[in-house]
Design a protein around this ligand. Sequence first.
Ligand code: SAM
Length: 287
Amino acid sequence: MRSRRIPVRMLPSIHDAGWVDWNRRPYVSGETAYVPVRDGQPWDADIPPREVYRGRGFFMAGSIAILQGKEPAPEEIDRIEAWKKPSAILWVRSYRGAERIPDVRVLRGEPGDVCHREMGMAFWFDPARVMFSPGNRAERTRMMKVAGSGERIADMFAGIGYFSIPAALAGAQVHAMELNPVAYGYLCRNILENRVASRVVPECGDCRDLLAGSYDRIIMGHFDSPAFLDTVADHVVAGGTIHLHATGSSPPDIPESCRGWLCETGIRRIKKVAPHTWHYVIDLKVA
Ligand code: SAM
């Protein structure tokens, strides 16, 4: 793979660069990122094609391998262990309740705090205790692009800071709300880890009680968000934006009660979450 070598910490600065081939992922080794270049663009490192893994699907959260879906067979676990040599292998059957607590079984090794690095950001968490969604990567990167410098943003379901931190790195002032004290602990750690403490105010509790004043942008990163829309009506400026996360077999309609003050400006299909069920993000503009 023809690529350009850059320091890992520079990754956030290239998300708009025209020379990057985003159809392939940067390859990180230590503090160096090898960023794939588009045809015809100058390159300075040619990475040998990597051996292809053909076993059971999984994803890595830091050094921990995570499987979802049906129970894995022992030989599937062995193949992942041989391929990736993870510090632990977890099987997450589902995420339960409003706080999205992982229903998890430890298959190999010992879980614990890991650091997921992405676009030069660091997210610490224990995947056996809080959810992690690799499929939201594009949306996390998008929040870094759409958040305006100096904007006041509410991240109502902040988790460990997946959207708060990219928005703060873009220069916004973020009010990050999180109900789950475990996720909130990681949120506070990740704010310090990414050096955005001057731009993110974290609060632990129910976002419906914590929303304060008016925001230019509201991120509603929870599948139950449509049920919270009425709560935000008094907390977003005219012309402001709401990013509403929801699921369905097709993009959900704006609730009847909100049609008078909201209009849809865009829909993104993020990832499949179950048979015939997708995760959508609907961008809404406040009249
Ligand atoms: N936004 C992050 C992301 O996209 O990965 C986390 C999303 S996770 C699905 C939803 C988060 O919202 C969980 O951490 C959960 O604890 C939190 N949550 C659920 N209900 C909440 C509420 N009423 N107020 C604040 N946070 C809430």
